[in-house]
Design a protein around this ligand. Sequence first.
Ligand code: URA
Length: 248
Amino acid sequence: MPYKLRLDKLLSNQGYGTRSEARAALRGGRVTVNGETERDGARYVDPALDIIALDGERVDAAPAPAVMMNKPAGVVTSTDDRHNKVVIDLLPAIWRARGLKPVGRLDIDTTGLLLFTDDGDLAHRLITPKRKVGKLYRAVLDAPVTDEDIAVFEAGAPMRGYTAMPAKLERDPSADAVALVTVHEGRYHQVKLMFASRGRSVLSLERLAIGPVRLDPALQPGACRALAPDEESALRESCGAADRNAGR
Ligand code: URA
């Protein structure tokens, strides 16, 4: 499907800095469209037809970047749902068109960091417990964390039919009944069920980090941005995935 996008937005979406950094590159004469220098970030281009280059290197042919979203509550982590809004609806058209898919799932009421990539190998490595990539959550609970909770999570919380892998549980100094928990697996309702095994209810759950990538506090709920090349490289390194950004 053809789609047109502002040039400054395309550069930024493709991971070449913020919108203002893209505009600075344009003003500096570093960007060409179909071989001609273009300084106007407001120009609409079609990445399927136009050849766009930054410092002589094609931008439109570069691999799609991994993207982070601050997932809002009330949205399903899926590409398609009959009754609810889905996270893919919140992705800018260029990334939808490039086939970016969510990495793993967050429950409909869970907020925070959700990654998207078109690289199935990267997604698998981030999800599989074998690679031990930590997922950090902030959970607001109905009661404060006890030392026994911390010990049980560390040993492996007994859940319905299985024992969870060891998880790190800490008190969040910001409030009494708020916990920070790092898990390395992503079973359905993982964190809620771990707390349920201790007789606790999770009142709200937010994912703050996946491996070395932290949720950008400047991202409003529902907003997304491309990972910076160094963020994506660190993410790939954390799970042993090939670095598609080498040289960018
Ligand atoms: N654990 C949960 O219980 N829910 C999520 O959405 C993620 C982790």
